[in-house]
Design a protein around this ligand. Structure first.
Ligand code: S3P
Length: 444
């Protein structure tokens, strides 16, 4: 599907409520499915990725019901009893659809589903196969297979890629020094450690998002964190109701639009502000952007607030590197658009893992933003944007089946002289089906 975007006729004004956080929604369903008891999950994400997780746990025998379109009721005995494959729900490319026993569970497009669920399935008393769509089948899985194997897991893959065939085993704890600051790898190992013998410690080079640690603790796990190190001991989770905040990664598209669309002034309500996710706020402050946090509060153990953002004429470039990166990894494509409207250079370094996302987010981003008129060059582990540039637009951009690229090009279209066509706009449904509707609310 091609979507045409042009400059709005008036500034963006008013307020929006940002929809549910994708990372927290995944975890709420996964952890409640292995916790004992009943719970209500409020403000569950409508994105396709979180529905891949939900369908997978239904297929694993968990009783999950929708009370309304955003509220779930989960009843779990605390253990998984597979009933059927969920492979009807989303595309997969496993050997021309002829499945060996056991039936495959499809993770759709979702890396979070595949990597986290592997840590749970590796320690069950049954075998399973995890498949993904074409994009997910290209993403690296060695990062979880290696540490899980050290714990005693039996996982085979196709040269480090899905499908993953997991033979359930008894696992034992390890101390693992990860080279990557990846919350997906960390969460996978913690979820394996939750049911392994002995203690499991995961140490990462800088702190990645910590929703797993917070939620496991909230549900009663024996888990301790110290700096970049986290230790878990085998424990039983007890179900609790969970309220999910809005997604700062979705809010990022609005934060950038508010800063660069002339005359804008609006409030983004109910946004998650967990410090391991809020790197974009720090970057906007460094760039001199007019942003204010209002109404700070805590919801189910997570920081939440409202964000007021105003058009800022004199943004300046900055350096984004090191410990910044895991705190804003998913926001980097739209930060590149922001940097094109700031004076001077914005340099993004130490972000090589961007090449392993839903697309190669360095090469694809640089190629498409260059077409629009952004002065951007590729680095092995990031990119450099030189601003401020008048974006000419008048081109068709390709989103490479990547939801965050599609939304970033849409935002670029809001400040381009001529219309931009975004090819593959339907991929926005992966994380943020409400994306365009919320823009129309602000542009009224
Ligand atoms: C996520 C972790 C990050 C992020 C992804 C969601 C999570 O991935 O990019 O969108 O929910 O744990 P990595 O762990 O690969 O950095």
């Amino acid at each position: 599907m091609i979507k045409s975007v042009k400059k709005p006729e008036s500034p963006l004004k008013g307020e929006i409520i940002i929809p549910s956080d994708k990372s927290i929604s995944h975890r709420a369903v996964m952890f409640s499915s292995i916790a004992r008891g009943d719970c209500i999950i409020r403000n569950f994400s409508s994105g396709a990725d979180c529905h891949s997780t939900l369908n997978l746990f239904k297929a694993l025998g968990v009783d999950i019901q929708f009370l309304d379109d955003k509220t779930l009721k989960i009843h779990s005995a605390g253990k998984l009893i597979p009933t059927k494959s969920n492979n009807l729900y989303s595309g997969n490319i496993y050997h021309n659809n002829i499945y060996p026993y056991p039936c495959p569970y499809s993770c759709g497009n979702s890396g979070t589903t595949m990597r986290l669920v592997s840590g749970i399935l590796a320690r069950q008393n049954f075998d399973s196969v995890l498949t993904g769509d074409e994009s997910l089948s290209k993403r690296p899985m060695k990062r979880i297979i290696e540490p899980l194997t050290l714990m005693g897991a039996d996982i085979s893959s196709v040269d480090g890629h899905a499908p993953l065939t997991i033979k359930g085993q008894k696992l034992h704890g390890i101390t693992y020094h990860s080279k990557l600051a990846s919350a997906q790898v960390k969460s996978c190992i913690l979820l394996a450690g939750l049911g392994a013998e002995g203690e499991t410690t995961f140490i990462e080079p800088s702190l990645s998002r910590n929703h797993t640690e917070l939620m496991l603790k909230y549900l009663g796990a024996d888990i301790k964190t110290e700096g970049n190190s986290v230790t878990i001991r085998p424990s039983e989770l007890i179900a609790e109701d969970i309220d999910i905040a809005g997604d700062i990664s979705s809010a990022a598209f609005f934060i950038v639009s508010g800063l660069i669309v002339e005359g804008s002034d609006f409030v983004i309500k109910n946004t998650g502000l967990n410090p391991t996710r809020s790197g974009i706020i720090d970057v906007v402050n460094r760039m001199g952007g007019d942003i204010e946090i209002l109404n700070k509060r805590i919801v189910s153990g997570e920081d939440v607030g409202d964000i007021r953002v105003r058009y800022t004429e004199n943004l300046k470039g900055c350096v984004i590197e090191g410990e910044d990166i895991p705190r804003l990894i998913d926001e980097l494509p739209v930060i590149a658009v922001l940097a094109s409207q700031a004076d001077g250079e914005t340099i993004v370094k130490n972000a090589g893992d961007l090449r392993n996302k839903e697309s190669d987010r360095i090469t694809c981003l640089v190629k498409e933003l260059t077409k629009i008129g952004v002065n951007i060059s590729e680095l092995e582990d990031g990119f450099i944007v030189r601003g401020k540039t008048k974006l000419k637009g008048g081109v068709e951009t390709e989103s490479f089946h990547d939801h965050r690229l599609a939304m970033s090009f849409y935002v670029a279209g809001l400040v381009s002289e001529k219309e931009i066509a975004v090819n593959g706009f339907e991929w926005t449904k992966i994380s943020f089906p409400e994306f365009e509707e919320l823009f129309t609310q602000l542009a009224l």
